[in-house]
Design a protein around this ligand. Structure first.
Ligand code: PEP
Ligand code: MN
Length: 331
């Protein structure tokens, strides 16, 4: 059941409603919206309970949600949620996150941060723990990489996002970053989802390589069910029969996720295509389908990148893309 609180309901009034429900053995999750808060209620819901709850002070309405995903469903927050990362409002403004696939050196990160900031990016990315297909490929600089990313973000006033691959690393990754990324390969790593759900850090949840939209939303539900409502979805391409692109950007999934969920949705044309020449058209298509922004791989010298060079833009290409997208004054 979703309990929609009246506009202006205070935290105390929300708490009073939760207390009544907890007394009746239900579990409550409060999602604070910009204008209105809602309470996701989990348990054995009846029509009688909904009718009863609608009579409680400051309750606007109570709805039963028949879908398996509840806290992420659009009914929970029809106006769409906004996730704040530093001063960046994902879901309100169109945002661009840019940076290399992997943090390699201090100068690489500082140069990239300077270039992407100048071109208009809102956040900096860079992997310190890289989930590579081969155990012999570069695995990331780990804590040292986190420190370099953190310094580069601070130097250019860009909040940073980085991938976390192991529940044991939550504390250290959270210390050095503003947003935690759950990569495609870990989308259904339920203990990792629950662990990041215990933090209050914004989470960037990438869609699994072969996951349905419902499985993706259920993964977000895992995080929210632990009490962290700061979740942003990211469509990064799925496996199809087409070998000419690394993955296939699922444009309908962007529109579908926006329709069925209140969470902001970003698109990753870099991992979706695997080819730098396709980034501009895919970025435009994703935005046209309703994406709230983009995450794009940028490297000072893509030919020498330790990972994902073929899909990385150099500084000039990124600046030209940003110029072309002209996102400055768009929602
Ligand atoms: C990445 O962002 O560098 C990455 C590994 O992405 P994905 O999990 O989507 O493959
Ligand atoms: Mn990558």
């Amino acid at each position: 059941m979703i309990v929609v609180m009246a506009q202006g309901a205070t935290r105390f009034e929300i708490h009073e409603v939760c207390a009544k429900l907890v007394n009746l053995d239900f579990t409550c999750h409060v999602i604070e919206g910009v204008n209105q808060s809602v309470i996701g209620v989990i348990g054995n819901i009846t029509d009688d309970l909904c009718e009863q709850a609608e009579l409680w002070p400051k309750v606007e309405k109570a709805l039963r949600v028949g879908k398996p995903y509840k806290l992420v469903s659009r009914e929970c927050q029809p106006e769409g949620s906004v996730v704040k990362v530093g001063s960046v409002l994902i879901g309100k403004d169109k945002v661009v996150i840019a940076g290399p696939c992997a943090v390699e050196t201090e100068s690489q990160m500082l140069e990239t941060a300077e270039a992407v900031k100048k071109a208009g990016a809102n956040m900096l990315r860079g992997g310190a723990y890289k989930p590579r297909t081969s155990p012999y490929a570069f695995q990331g600089l780990k804590t040292k990489g986190l420190q370099i990313l953190n310094e580069a973000g601070k130097a250019y006033d860009l909040p940073v996002v980085t991938e976390i691959v192991d529940p044991r690393d939550v504390e250290v990754v959270a210390r050095y970053s503003d947003m935690l990324q759950i990569g495609a390969r870990n989308m259904q790593n339920f203990s990792l989802l629950q662990e990041v759900g215990h933090t209050r850090k914004p989470i960037l949840l990438k869609r699994g390589l072969s996951s349905t939209v419902q499985e993706w939303l259920m993964a977000a539900e895992y995080i929210m069910a632990e009490g962290n409502s700061q979740v942003v979805l990211c469509e990064r391409g799925i496996r199809t029969f087409e070998p000419w692109t690394r993955n296939t950007l699922d444009i309908s999934a962007i529109a579908l996720a926006k329709e069925t969920s209140h969470l902001p949705v970003l698109a990753d044309p870099s991992h979706a295509s695997g080819k730098r020449s396709l980034i501009k058209p895919l970025a435009k298509a994703a935005l046209a389908a309703g994406a709230d922004g983009l995450i794009i791989e940028v490297h000072p010298n893509p030919d020498e990148a330790l990972s994902d060079g073929p899909q990385s833009l150099n500084f000039e290409e990124f600046a030209s893309l940003m110029n072309h997208l002209n996102l400055g004054d768009k929602k």
